[in-house]
Write a protein that binds this ligand. Sequence first.
Ligand code: PAF
Length: 281
Amino acid sequence: MVIFKEIEPLKAFLSDKRALDHSVGLVPTMGALHSGHLELVKASKKVNSITVCSIFVNPIQFNNPADLEKYPKSLEHDIAYLNSVGCDVLFHPDRSEMYQKPTTTKFDFGQLDKVLEGEFRPGHFSGVALVVSKLFNIVNPTRAYFGQKDFQQFKIVQRIVDDLNFNIELICFPTLREADGLAMSSRNTRLSDEERKTASVFYRSLVFAKNEIRNRAGIKSINERVVEMCLSEKNVRLEYFAIADTENLNLLDNVKDADRSILLIAGFVGEVRLIDNMFVE
Ligand code: PAF
């Protein structure tokens, strides 16, 4: 695997490859890689001649400085992991390389970045949109791979691809789960043993809600039961549980079209903020 820390040499390397008609797959990450990330790399390798993984902990998408400070880092392990699946290129810039000048550019996605994560993490999606746009311009990928766990992020990226005419195919890859259903996340490494056991409550809530919808239970009663499930666990604080339209993430108060509905949940286990989601069908 070739490692680049600087933008210009990476661009030159990739433009040589593109001149040979090579397709390029991009897997943007913030490091602390887990099997979920590796599945994205493997999916990219299947259809692209070159796979680039980026590792950059993007400061401007963290609305909480403590969260940025504590974001897990494991570069050596990440490099070994990427080598084990044959990733071709790692792009691992410093902050000063990615943000050579102070940035003031802000994105506004209307309703899409005001609900769910956007409500609890103001400014987060503007920061994501900016760094993803930068990565798209630097790497100029044929395809880019994102995990379904961050479904709202995927919708935001879809919006920038449409609005800014990026000629990139986006792939939303299903969430990988631990044996007890907990969605794989870099943040899971911050959970204590006890917290790790309770963290699956978010997955259990989604499964419960999905079954209740199939049994035609009302959203209000499902919501109450999910709140109870989360409250009954030690150290768990629910931020939101919601049902939304998969197309625009408008919040729903009943499920009319199960094929266009997604359940989303977020909350804290101890000090660690976790999110998860599940399609109704
Ligand atoms: O999902 C992530 O890891 C990040 O939000 C991303 C897409 C790499 C942008 O910093």
